[in-house]
Design a binder for this molecule. Structure first.
Ligand code: SF4
Ligand code: SF4
Ligand code: SF4
Length: 272
């Protein structure tokens, strides 16, 4: 049982959030929502402990499909950045605002960019492409994420300033169009740069929240330098070009780590 302490602890943490939000908001949905996500994350962690190569992908598909299909398409909740701005402007602490607070703003202080490795429905598709490990150097076009971030904010602000009616309906269609565009750009960039995660590295506006918060993450990969033989395998298999051999928070691409654990799994000396 001690072997599974981590999955159990993860499930307990999500269950605590589920119960707290259920009682605070008086809405059974939160109990179901966070219990389901907690169970999916715990299942992935359990499979990893059992040595499954697909542990992360199982969690990614369970959570990603649930959010895209059930929350996004069936329940018509816009969980994209535009949805976050929309709920923020209306002053409603529901759906997208809670999602952003837990997964993308305050959660990363604890679990870094775990969202990007285990739950994002955009990366869920991109991770099926053939370039798991980037085949070229990083490009200096990260500024695109800031342009996307500002464009998203201006789009929603303009709807409010122009007093456009039925913004809920526009948000639903923005979710559909936004996702189709993200998939199209993400797939095109993956093939152009031979890098599945090129979209995450240069375009995704959510990283404007994720990167600074994950800088302070409690959960992070560190190296036991007494065991390490400097073989370089860990850096070769990292999809995000992180220098995990440097333990400082300022390490190269440190705020890009998605906790996929590929480096840990491939280290021949169990040094990570
Ligand atoms: S960077 Fe953006 S697209 Fe990539 S996994 Fe994270 S949230 Fe998803
Ligand atoms: S794979 Fe392990 S042993 Fe090799 S460089 Fe990385 S940490 Fe060191
Ligand atoms: S391979 Fe290691 S350092 Fe790179 S993203 Fe995955 S967990 Fe982070």
């Amino acid at each position: 049982m001690r072997r599974y302490a981590l999955p159990l602890a993860l499930f307990a943490a999500f269950e605590a959030i589920a119960i707290a939000l259920w009682l605070a908001k008086g809405n059974l949905f939160y109990l179901f929502n966070f219990s389901y996500i907690g169970a999916s994350v715990a299942l992935g962690a359990g499979l990893f402990i059992r040595g499954s190569r697909n542990a992360r992908r199982v969690t990614q598909l369970l959570v990603g499909l649930y959010m895209l299909v059930y929350l996004g398409l069936i329940s018509r909740e816009n969980m994209q950045l535009e949805g976050f701005w929309y709920y923020l402007f209306t002053g409603v602490f529901e759906a997208a605002t809670i999602h952003y607070a837990v997964a993308k703003i305050f959660g990363p202080l604890l679990f870094g960019r775990g969202w990007c490795g285990y739950a994002c429905w955009t990366a869920m598709v991109l991770d099926f492409l053939p370039y798991r490990v980037p085949r070229g150097p990083r490009k200096k076009i990260g500024w695109i994420r800031y342009a996307m971030f500002v464009a998203s904010l201006l789009f929603v602000a303009a709807l409010f300033l122009a007093h456009v009616g039925n913004i809920e309906r526009i948000m639903f269609w923005a979710f559909i169009v936004g996702n189709v565009a993200y998939y199209a750009i993400g797939i095109a960039l993956a093939y152009a740069f031979k890098d599945n995660r090129a979209f995450c590295k240069y375009v995704c506006p959510i990283t404007v929240f994720l990167k600074p918060m994950s800088y302070f993450s409690l959960l992070r990969i560190t190296c036991d330098h007494d065991k390490c033989v400097q073989c370089g395998t860990c850096r070769r298999v990292c999809p995000m070009d992180v220098d995990m051999l440097d333990d400082s928070r300022r390490r190269e691409n440190g705020t890009e780590c998605i906790l996929c654990l590929e480096c840990v799994r491939n280290c021949p000396k169990k040094a990570l």
